[in-house]
Design a protein around this ligand. Structure first.
Ligand SMILES: *[C@@H]1O[C@H](CO)[C@@H](O)[C@H](O)[C@H]1NC(C)=O
Ligand SMILES: *[C@@H]1O[C@H](CO)[C@@H](O)[C@H](O)[C@H]1NC(C)=O
Ligand SMILES: *[C@@H]1O[C@H](CO)[C@@H](O)[C@H](O)[C@H]1NC(C)=O
Ligand SMILES: *[C@@H]1O[C@H](CO)[C@@H](O)[C@H](O)[C@H]1NC(C)=O
Length: 394
């Protein structure tokens, strides 16, 4: 091989490298000049593919049909009328920190969220209705859940106790009373290894939710998260000792059923005496002793919590059937439902779903629990029932 040939070969290789580099430089230059518009065009293309919703005229979009057309549709889908929905949007934006996304308004996010709560809609069907991707639905749901939970201090009600001069016949005996409390089961799906802990006495898999409400069915405190196997008294005890737990001012108390023992701040009925509301309808015999009279009046008032639960589960389908949300998320959802329940009660003049739920009777077998009963409290209850009895005899 001679030198000349070697040089030629080297030259050719060099030339090739140069050419390649030139090509790279040219491509780079081209990208620098046109890349921006290319990228933009690409992004628009993706928008068009994923955002079919942008192509639907606003006035016939699903959202518009729900929140702009009529109150009855809005109430049906979102459990509140258009005006209340609008107020909730403002509140979650101002205080809850919900934001208008680039492509999705906070109204739309919240509407999807309420729609899921009200009907336990699957992401899939919401996705189709609103023409969104599953990812956006899920994102919006989580965002709204966070925003609603941020409103907790604002939406939980500070209960006002029954005053000395209460004239309402129903409540006048229970001076100092703040409302009623009870536990309710909400069905849930859990991995099989947790099932024994979530199994209730009736054999369902559920969480035990403690609800506390005032006389007007507004929730004042909610504790979700206990397993279904926990007895009501245990849940209540936890609620009391928690840092942000149930606080009851001195001299006030809540009504609670026979599952809790009669103790300071918690007034329960007499055990072993006729109690359930069903016993006291028209042709039933009148109470025979002060304990029965007490239990009658008592049961009628304690019923507010059953009605509050009835209304809550009536509004939110997601609480009526077990869902696939994680236990943690589901407990947050339960709290959110209670908060929106309060909001609806506060803002809406007439709630069509507030149908006649009075005298809802739940026949629960009694069982003994752990809240300590106190001598003093029992004496007080005896005095109260005696004065009811005296008033009746006169
Ligand atoms: C929606 O708005 C467009 C114009 O923006 C109008 O032509 C159309 O009739 C409207 N549709 C309905 C159902 O109101
Ligand atoms: C509903 O109506 C309001 C006021 O007319 C309008 O600003 C809003 O864009 C409408 N919403 C939808 C989703 O069409
Ligand atoms: C549906 O939405 C929930 C709420 O964000 C999410 O946790 C779940 O993974 C979603 N499911 C699907 C199939 O996308
Ligand atoms: C409690 O509920 C009633 C409706 O029953 C409502 O008028 C009232 O404003 C609510 N209270 C609070 C503090 O939200």
């Amino acid at each position: 091989m001679d030198l000349q040939h070697l040089l030629t070969t080297e030259y050719i290789i060099l030339e090739e490298i140069m050419c390649q580099q030139l090509l790279v430089v040219l491509i780079w230059l081209f990208m620098a000049i046109h890349g921006h518009s290319l990228r933009r065009r690409y992004r628009n293309g993706r928008d068009i593919r994923y955002r079919m919703s942008a192509r639907i005229p606003k006035n016939i979009s699903h959202l518009n049909c729900i929140i702009n057309d009529s109150d009855s549709v809005c109430i049906d889908k979102l459990r509140m009328d258009r005006n209340v929905f609008h107020n909730l949007v403002l509140l979650t934006k101002d205080i809850g920190g919900l934001t208008d996304g680039k492509y999705m308004s906070s109204s739309e996010k919240l509407a999807m969220f309420l729609n899921i709560l009200a009907y336990h809609e699957k992401n899939r069907s919401i996705k189709v209705d609103y023409i969104r991707s599953g990812w956006s639905v899920s994102q919006a749901f989580n965002e709204c859940l966070r925003a609603i939970l941020k409103l907790t201090p604002l939406l939980l009600v500070n209960s006002k106790s029954v005053l000395e001069d209460e004239i309402e016949d129903r409540w006048k005996w229970f001076k100092g009373c703040l409302g009623a409390l009870d536990g309710t089961y909400v069905h849930i799906r859990v991995p099989s290894e947790y099932k024994p802990r979530y199994r209730t006495r009736k054999g369902d898999i559920a969480t035990n939710v403690l609800g506390v409400c005032d006389r007007y069915l507004n929730f004042t405190y909610v504790l979700s998260g206990w397993e279904g196997s926990a007895v009501d008294g245990r849940v209540l005890q936890d609620a009391i000792v928690r840092r942000n737990g149930l606080k009851i001012p001195e001299g006030n108390y809540y009504l609670c059923d026979g599952g809790y023992t009669n103790g300071k701040c918690f007034l329960s009925p007499y055990r072993g005496y006729r109690y359930w509301l069903r016993n006291w309808q028209c042709d039933n015999p009148p109470p025979r002793c002060r304990e029965e009279l007490f239990n009658t009046k008592y049961a009628r008032d304690r019923n507010v919590i059953e009605r509050a639960f009835g209304l809550l589960k009536g509004h939110w389908g997601i609480l009526r059937s077990s869902s696939w949300y994680s236990v943690k998320d589901y407990n947050r959802i339960i709290s959110a439902c209670c908060l929106i329940h309060n909001f609806i009660r506060r803002e809406m003049d007439v709630d069509p779903l507030d149908i006649d739920m009075e005298e809802q009777v739940e026949n629960q077998p009694e069982h003994i629990d752990v809240v300590e009963s106190s001598e003093e409290w029992t004496t007080w209850r005896d005095e109260l029932s005696q004065s009811m009895w005296n008033a009746r005899s006169n």
